[in-house]
Design a protein around this ligand. Sequence first.
Ligand code: FES
Ligand code: FE2
Length: 330
Amino acid sequence: MGAILSDNKNLAGYWYPLARSTDVLAAPLQRGLLGRKLVLWRNGDGVVSALPDRCPHREAELSRGEVRGDCLVCPYHGWEFAADGQCTRVPSATVGVPAPPKAHLDAYRSQEKYGLIWVCLGDPVADIPAMKWEDDPEFRRINTPFDVWNVSATRMVDNFLDITHFPWVHRGSFGRQDETVVPHVELGALDADFHGYAYEVNANNAAAGTIASGQSVEVVHRRMTSGFNLPLTCRSTIEYDNGLAHILLLLSVPIDDVNSYFNFVVWRRDDFSVQAEDVTRLDFLIGAEDKRMLETFDTILPMDQTSLVSVQADKCSVEWRRQFAALLAK
Ligand code: FES
Ligand SMILES: [Fe+2]
Protein backbone atom coordinates (compact mmCIF):
# COMPACT_ATOMS: atom_id res chain seq x y z
CA MET A 1 0.00 0.00 0.00
CA GLY A 2 1.30 3.44 -0.87
CA ALA A 3 1.54 6.34 1.49
CA ILE A 4 -1.90 7.70 2.29
CA LEU A 5 -0.78 11.22 3.17
CA SER A 6 2.48 11.68 1.22
CA ASP A 7 1.07 10.44 -2.10
CA ASN A 8 -2.13 12.48 -1.83
CA LYS A 9 -2.33 15.27 -4.42
CA ASN A 10 -4.98 17.27 -2.56
CA LEU A 11 -2.79 17.86 0.50
CA ALA A 12 -0.21 19.61 -1.69
CA GLY A 13 -2.45 22.67 -2.09
CA TYR A 14 -2.25 23.75 1.58
CA TRP A 15 0.29 25.79 3.55
CA TYR A 16 2.39 24.00 6.17
CA PRO A 17 4.75 25.65 8.67
CA LEU A 18 8.22 24.11 8.61
CA ALA A 19 10.33 26.35 10.85
CA ARG A 20 10.34 29.52 12.84
CA SER A 21 11.53 32.56 10.92
CA THR A 22 14.43 32.73 13.37
CA ASP A 23 15.44 29.13 12.59
CA VAL A 24 16.45 30.16 9.06
CA LEU A 25 19.03 32.93 9.24
CA ALA A 26 22.55 32.39 7.90
CA ALA A 27 22.53 28.62 7.39
CA PRO A 28 20.26 26.46 5.21
CA LEU A 29 17.94 24.03 6.96
CA GLN A 30 16.64 20.66 5.79
CA ARG A 31 12.97 19.89 6.34
CA GLY A 32 10.66 17.05 5.29
CA LEU A 33 7.13 17.58 4.03
CA LEU A 34 4.74 14.93 2.68
CA GLY A 35 7.57 12.59 1.79
CA ARG A 36 9.76 15.22 0.11
CA LYS A 37 13.03 16.69 1.29
CA LEU A 38 13.23 20.48 1.14
CA VAL A 39 15.89 23.04 1.94
CA LEU A 40 14.86 26.32 3.54
CA TRP A 41 17.30 29.21 3.28
CA ARG A 42 17.38 32.98 3.34
CA ASN A 43 19.30 35.03 0.79
CA GLY A 44 21.33 38.17 1.43
CA ASP A 45 18.23 40.35 1.04
CA GLY A 46 16.43 38.38 3.75
CA VAL A 47 14.14 36.60 1.28
CA VAL A 48 13.20 33.07 2.31
CA SER A 49 13.33 30.34 -0.30
CA ALA A 50 12.21 26.71 -0.26
CA LEU A 51 13.83 24.41 -2.82
CA PRO A 52 14.01 20.65 -3.33
CA ASP A 53 16.96 19.45 -1.23
CA ARG A 54 18.53 17.69 -4.18
CA CYS A 55 21.12 19.23 -6.46
CA PRO A 56 20.24 18.44 -10.09
CA HIS A 57 23.95 17.80 -10.84
CA ARG A 58 24.77 14.75 -8.65
CA GLU A 59 21.99 14.84 -6.06
CA ALA A 60 23.95 16.33 -3.17
CA GLU A 61 21.83 17.80 -0.38
CA LEU A 62 21.85 21.55 -0.84
CA SER A 63 21.04 21.95 2.87
CA ARG A 64 24.65 20.88 3.53
CA GLY A 65 25.88 23.80 1.44
CA GLU A 66 26.14 27.45 2.32
CA VAL A 67 24.54 30.77 1.50
CA ARG A 68 26.77 33.20 -0.37
CA GLY A 69 25.16 36.54 -1.17
CA ASP A 70 22.02 35.90 -3.15
CA CYS A 71 22.74 32.24 -3.74
CA LEU A 72 22.69 28.84 -2.13
CA VAL A 73 25.93 27.03 -2.99
CA CYS A 74 25.98 23.24 -3.42
CA PRO A 75 28.62 21.63 -1.17
CA TYR A 76 29.73 19.11 -3.83
CA HIS A 77 30.82 21.10 -6.93
CA GLY A 78 29.72 24.59 -6.01
CA TRP A 79 26.81 25.12 -8.37
CA GLU A 80 24.85 28.16 -7.24
CA PHE A 81 21.08 28.61 -7.04
CA ALA A 82 19.01 31.77 -6.61
CA ALA A 83 15.91 32.06 -4.42
CA ASP A 84 13.66 31.29 -7.40
CA GLY A 85 15.63 28.09 -8.09
CA GLN A 86 17.56 29.40 -11.11
CA CYS A 87 21.04 27.89 -11.40
CA THR A 88 23.12 31.03 -11.70
CA ARG A 89 26.63 29.59 -11.75
CA VAL A 90 28.44 26.38 -12.69
CA PRO A 91 32.03 26.94 -11.53
CA SER A 92 33.50 24.28 -13.84
CA ALA A 93 31.99 25.83 -16.97
CA THR A 94 33.86 28.20 -19.26
CA VAL A 95 32.92 31.80 -18.63
CA GLY A 96 29.92 32.78 -20.75
CA VAL A 97 28.53 29.26 -21.08
CA PRO A 98 25.09 29.24 -19.42
CA ALA A 99 23.89 26.54 -17.05
CA PRO A 100 22.01 23.69 -18.80
CA PRO A 101 18.22 24.26 -18.78
CA LYS A 102 17.64 21.25 -16.55
CA ALA A 103 19.98 22.70 -13.90
CA HIS A 104 17.20 25.00 -12.71
CA LEU A 105 15.13 23.98 -9.70
CA ASP A 106 11.43 24.62 -9.22
CA ALA A 107 11.10 26.68 -6.05
CA TYR A 108 8.17 25.96 -3.76
CA ARG A 109 5.91 28.78 -2.67
CA SER A 110 6.89 30.08 0.75
CA GLN A 111 5.83 32.92 3.03
CA GLU A 112 6.43 34.12 6.58
CA LYS A 113 3.50 34.59 8.92
CA TYR A 114 3.04 34.42 12.73
CA GLY A 115 6.82 34.06 13.14
CA LEU A 116 6.82 30.90 11.02
CA ILE A 117 7.95 29.93 7.53
CA TRP A 118 5.08 28.31 5.62
CA VAL A 119 5.47 26.26 2.44
CA CYS A 120 2.95 25.09 -0.15
CA LEU A 121 4.04 22.30 -2.48
CA GLY A 122 1.43 22.95 -5.16
CA ASP A 123 -1.02 25.62 -6.23
CA PRO A 124 -2.58 27.00 -3.03
CA VAL A 125 -6.26 26.21 -2.55
CA ALA A 126 -6.58 28.00 0.81
CA ASP A 127 -4.93 30.72 2.86
CA ILE A 128 -3.14 30.29 6.16
CA PRO A 129 -5.93 30.54 8.76
CA ALA A 130 -6.51 34.01 10.22
CA MET A 131 -5.59 34.52 13.88
CA LYS A 132 -7.28 37.79 14.81
CA TRP A 133 -5.18 38.14 17.98
CA GLU A 134 -2.08 38.82 15.85
CA ASP A 135 -3.20 42.44 15.35
CA ASP A 136 -4.65 42.96 18.82
CA PRO A 137 -2.33 45.11 20.97
CA GLU A 138 -3.69 43.47 24.13
CA PHE A 139 -2.08 40.22 23.00
CA ARG A 140 1.53 39.18 22.57
CA ARG A 141 2.69 36.30 20.39
CA ILE A 142 5.06 33.64 21.68
CA ASN A 143 6.76 31.26 19.25
CA THR A 144 8.26 27.96 20.36
CA PRO A 145 10.80 25.54 18.83
CA PHE A 146 9.72 22.80 16.40
CA ASP A 147 9.69 19.24 17.67
CA VAL A 148 9.53 15.92 15.79
CA TRP A 149 6.90 13.42 16.92
CA ASN A 150 7.14 9.86 15.64
CA VAL A 151 3.44 9.61 14.91
CA SER A 152 1.08 10.41 12.08
CA ALA A 153 -0.21 13.98 11.96
CA THR A 154 -3.72 12.47 11.80
CA ARG A 155 -3.31 11.00 15.28
CA MET A 156 -2.17 14.40 16.54
CA VAL A 157 -5.20 16.25 15.17
CA ASP A 158 -7.54 13.61 16.59
CA ASN A 159 -5.88 14.15 19.96
CA PHE A 160 -5.90 17.96 19.85
CA LEU A 161 -9.68 17.99 19.29
CA ASP A 162 -10.36 15.53 22.10
CA ILE A 163 -10.94 16.66 25.67
CA THR A 164 -11.91 13.29 27.18
CA HIS A 165 -8.27 12.26 27.54
CA PHE A 166 -7.52 15.14 29.94
CA PRO A 167 -8.16 13.15 33.18
CA TRP A 168 -6.05 10.26 31.87
CA VAL A 169 -3.14 11.53 29.80
CA HIS A 170 -2.84 14.88 31.56
CA ARG A 171 -3.19 13.83 35.19
CA GLY A 172 0.43 14.86 35.67
CA SER A 173 -0.28 18.44 34.58
CA PHE A 174 -3.83 19.82 34.66
CA GLY A 175 -6.21 16.85 34.17
CA ARG A 176 -8.65 16.15 37.01
CA GLN A 177 -8.86 12.41 37.55
CA ASP A 178 -12.31 12.56 39.13
CA GLU A 179 -13.92 14.79 36.47
CA THR A 180 -14.26 12.45 33.51
CA VAL A 181 -17.73 13.35 32.25
CA VAL A 182 -17.75 16.06 29.59
CA PRO A 183 -20.63 18.31 28.51
CA HIS A 184 -22.67 17.55 25.38
CA VAL A 185 -20.60 18.57 22.33
CA GLU A 186 -22.32 21.11 20.06
CA LEU A 187 -20.34 21.64 16.87
CA GLY A 188 -20.40 24.85 14.88
CA ALA A 189 -18.34 27.58 13.23
CA LEU A 190 -16.01 29.19 15.78
CA ASP A 191 -15.16 31.86 13.19
CA ALA A 192 -14.64 32.00 9.41
CA ASP A 193 -11.72 29.56 9.53
CA PHE A 194 -12.26 27.19 12.45
CA HIS A 195 -14.98 24.62 13.10
CA GLY A 196 -15.34 23.18 16.58
CA TYR A 197 -16.98 23.52 19.96
CA ALA A 198 -17.00 25.49 23.18
CA TYR A 199 -16.86 23.91 26.63
CA GLU A 200 -15.94 24.58 30.23
CA VAL A 201 -13.44 22.60 32.18
CA ASN A 202 -11.86 22.65 35.61
CA ALA A 203 -8.11 22.25 35.64
CA ASN A 204 -5.67 21.31 38.35
CA ASN A 205 -3.52 24.33 38.93
CA ALA A 206 -0.23 23.07 40.36
CA ALA A 207 3.24 24.50 39.74
CA ALA A 208 3.48 25.55 36.05
CA GLY A 209 -0.29 25.98 35.97
CA THR A 210 -0.29 28.88 38.42
CA ILE A 211 1.85 30.92 36.04
CA ALA A 212 -0.27 30.02 33.01
CA SER A 213 -3.51 30.85 34.79
CA GLY A 214 -2.24 33.84 36.78
CA GLN A 215 -3.93 32.40 39.87
CA SER A 216 -2.69 30.41 42.85
CA VAL A 217 -5.89 28.52 43.69
CA GLU A 218 -5.87 24.71 43.61
CA VAL A 219 -8.40 24.33 40.78
CA VAL A 220 -9.06 26.87 38.03
CA HIS A 221 -12.10 27.23 35.84
CA ARG A 222 -11.45 27.59 32.10
CA ARG A 223 -13.78 28.54 29.29
CA MET A 224 -12.38 26.90 26.19
CA THR A 225 -12.94 26.25 22.51
CA SER A 226 -11.26 23.64 20.34
CA GLY A 227 -11.55 23.46 16.60
CA PHE A 228 -9.90 22.62 13.31
CA ASN A 229 -9.04 24.17 9.98
CA LEU A 230 -8.48 21.67 7.19
CA PRO A 231 -6.37 19.84 6.61
CA LEU A 232 -4.43 19.49 9.87
CA THR A 233 -4.46 22.72 11.86
CA CYS A 234 -6.05 22.91 15.31
CA ARG A 235 -6.68 25.77 17.68
CA SER A 236 -7.60 25.93 21.34
CA THR A 237 -8.64 29.06 23.15
CA ILE A 238 -8.58 29.32 26.93
CA GLU A 239 -10.07 32.07 29.04
CA TYR A 240 -9.69 32.19 32.79
CA ASP A 241 -12.10 33.90 35.18
CA ASN A 242 -9.49 36.60 35.87
CA GLY A 243 -9.65 37.76 32.22
CA LEU A 244 -6.39 36.17 31.20
CA ALA A 245 -6.59 34.62 27.72
CA HIS A 246 -4.31 32.03 26.16
CA ILE A 247 -4.77 31.10 22.48
CA LEU A 248 -2.95 28.07 21.09
CA LEU A 249 -2.40 27.35 17.42
CA LEU A 250 -1.55 23.65 17.34
CA LEU A 251 0.30 22.59 14.22
CA SER A 252 0.75 19.02 13.03
CA VAL A 253 2.86 18.83 9.88
CA PRO A 254 3.30 15.52 8.05
CA ILE A 255 6.97 14.83 7.32
CA ASP A 256 5.66 11.55 5.92
CA ASP A 257 2.77 9.29 6.93
CA VAL A 258 4.08 8.38 10.37
CA ASN A 259 6.44 11.22 11.37
CA SER A 260 5.42 14.81 11.97
CA TYR A 261 6.56 18.17 13.18
CA PHE A 262 4.77 19.57 16.18
CA ASN A 263 4.74 23.27 16.76
CA PHE A 264 2.55 25.60 18.76
CA VAL A 265 2.14 29.35 18.77
CA VAL A 266 0.64 31.21 21.72
CA TRP A 267 -1.23 34.51 21.68
CA ARG A 268 -1.69 35.72 25.20
CA ARG A 269 -3.54 38.48 26.94
CA ASP A 270 -1.99 39.18 30.31
CA ASP A 271 -0.05 42.02 31.89
CA PHE A 272 3.06 40.97 29.90
CA SER A 273 5.03 40.68 33.15
CA VAL A 274 5.77 36.95 32.94
CA GLN A 275 8.62 35.65 30.76
CA ALA A 276 7.63 33.70 27.65
CA GLU A 277 9.43 30.55 28.89
CA ASP A 278 7.38 30.60 32.08
CA VAL A 279 4.12 31.24 30.23
CA THR A 280 4.65 28.18 28.00
CA ARG A 281 6.03 25.80 30.65
CA LEU A 282 2.58 24.24 31.17
CA ASP A 283 2.05 23.88 27.41
CA PHE A 284 5.36 22.01 27.06
CA LEU A 285 4.43 19.71 29.94
CA ILE A 286 1.06 18.97 28.31
CA GLY A 287 2.69 18.45 24.89
CA ALA A 288 5.14 15.95 26.37
CA GLU A 289 2.23 13.99 27.86
CA ASP A 290 0.43 13.85 24.51
CA LYS A 291 3.64 12.96 22.67
CA ARG A 292 4.34 10.07 25.06
CA MET A 293 0.88 8.63 24.41
CA LEU A 294 0.81 9.25 20.67
CA GLU A 295 4.25 7.82 19.90
CA THR A 296 2.90 4.41 20.95
CA PHE A 297 0.89 4.41 17.65
CA ASP A 298 2.71 3.52 14.43
CA THR A 299 -0.08 3.90 11.88
CA ILE A 300 -2.21 6.71 10.55
CA LEU A 301 -5.70 7.03 12.04
CA PRO A 302 -8.21 4.79 10.18
CA MET A 303 -10.11 7.09 7.82
CA ASP A 304 -13.20 4.99 7.22
CA GLN A 305 -16.38 5.34 9.28
CA THR A 306 -16.45 1.83 10.73
CA SER A 307 -13.00 0.84 12.06
CA LEU A 308 -13.25 2.95 15.22
CA VAL A 309 -15.94 3.20 17.87
CA SER A 310 -16.84 6.74 18.91
CA VAL A 311 -19.18 8.34 21.42
CA GLN A 312 -20.88 11.75 21.60
CA ALA A 313 -17.85 13.31 23.24
CA ASP A 314 -15.75 12.42 20.17
CA LYS A 315 -18.00 14.39 17.85
CA CYS A 316 -15.45 17.04 16.91
CA SER A 317 -12.65 14.66 15.95
CA VAL A 318 -15.16 12.45 14.11
CA GLU A 319 -16.33 15.46 12.11
CA TRP A 320 -12.75 16.49 11.35
CA ARG A 321 -11.97 12.94 10.21
CA ARG A 322 -15.04 12.86 7.95
CA GLN A 323 -14.02 16.15 6.30
CA PHE A 324 -10.35 15.19 6.09
CA ALA A 325 -11.17 11.80 4.52
CA ALA A 326 -13.39 13.58 1.96
CA LEU A 327 -10.53 15.96 1.16
CA LEU A 328 -8.12 13.04 0.64
CA ALA A 329 -10.61 11.33 -1.66
CA LYS A 330 -11.59 14.41 -3.67
S1 FES B 1 26.11 17.73 -6.86
FE1 FES B 1 25.68 19.80 -6.59
S2 FES B 1 27.18 20.79 -7.75
FE2 FES B 1 27.54 18.70 -8.11
FE1 FE2 C 1 -3.71 16.34 25.22
